[in-house]
Ligand binder design. Structure first.
Ligand code: DX5
Ligand code: ZN
Length: 221
């Protein structure tokens, strides 16, 4: 569907208290939990993998786990992420070209393992690159920063990509990730993004997490 969903990125949370942070944003109205898996190869940073996701799953059994896989070999982790409790598996289109199954094979494997399929585009990748696979995915993630780190500035020049996708695909789920906050969400929402990922703006010290979540939700609706 094309409903509005807000997915806080736990990368910006207190990582020593992942379960508590997840429960806190779910109570504050989060629709999904965005889990950034980084392998130190596809991006110059390392976060966590299946064991941590599996451990978190036990604390939030009903939550939607939106797994953003910033890894060099997307097909390699599909079975383990499924087993760990992943709900959606978003792989990077750029990672598949190098050394992996073909893009259609990755999509099929994700679906065969019972997860929703997402495909992500780095800022340098145009939407035309994925035209042949859009029919196979549930969601396209348009990165609005270079993947790898939280707390970077939103790239407004990514908005034409969102607009082009929305114009061609009225019902597609379109996610934006990177630098989203109550002050940058409007332009993304107006272009047609309906799934908003936000890390540092939600886990801002001293701010009630329901505030940014509700402001961003109103922008999309
Ligand atoms: C960056 C990650 C994002 C990141 C967003 O590579 O994909 O999910 O956590 O963080 P903010 O919202 O702080 O830009
Ligand atoms: Zn992410």
């Amino acid at each position: 569907c094309r409903c509005c969903k807000i997915g806080p990125s736990l990368l910006a949370s207190d990582l020593a208290n992942l379960a508590g942070e997840a429960q806190s944003v779910l109570a504050a109205g989060a629709d999904e939990l965005h889990l950034d898996v980084m392998d130190g190869h596809f991006v110059p940073n390392i976060t966590w993998g299946p064991p941590v996701i599996s451990a978190l799953r036990k604390h939030v059994p009903e939550a939607f786990f939106d797994c953003h896989m910033m890894v060099a070999k997307p097909s390699q982790w599909v079975p383990e992420i499924a087993k760990a409790g992943g709900t959606r598996y978003t792989f990077h289109f750029e990672a598949v070209e190098s050394d992996d199954l073909d893009v259609q094979g990755v999509c099929k494997s994700i679906r065969d393992h019972g997860m929703q399929v997402g495909v992500a585009l780095k800022p340098g990748t145009g939407v035309e690159a994925i035209s042949s696979v859009i029919a196979l995915v549930d969601m396209v993630l348009v990165m609005t920063v270079e993947p790898g780190f939280g707390g970077q500035s939103f790239m407004p020049n990514m908005i034409p990509k969102v607009l082009a996708l929305r114009t061609a695909h009225p019902d597609l789920d379109i996610q934006v990730d990177g630098g989203l906050s109550p002050s940058t969400v409007d332009v993304a929402a107006a272009a047609g993004a309906n799934i908003i990922v936000a890390g540092s703006s939600v886990f801002k010290p001293g701010v009630d997490r329901s505030e940014p979540i509700e402001i961003m939700r109103r922008s999309v609706l």
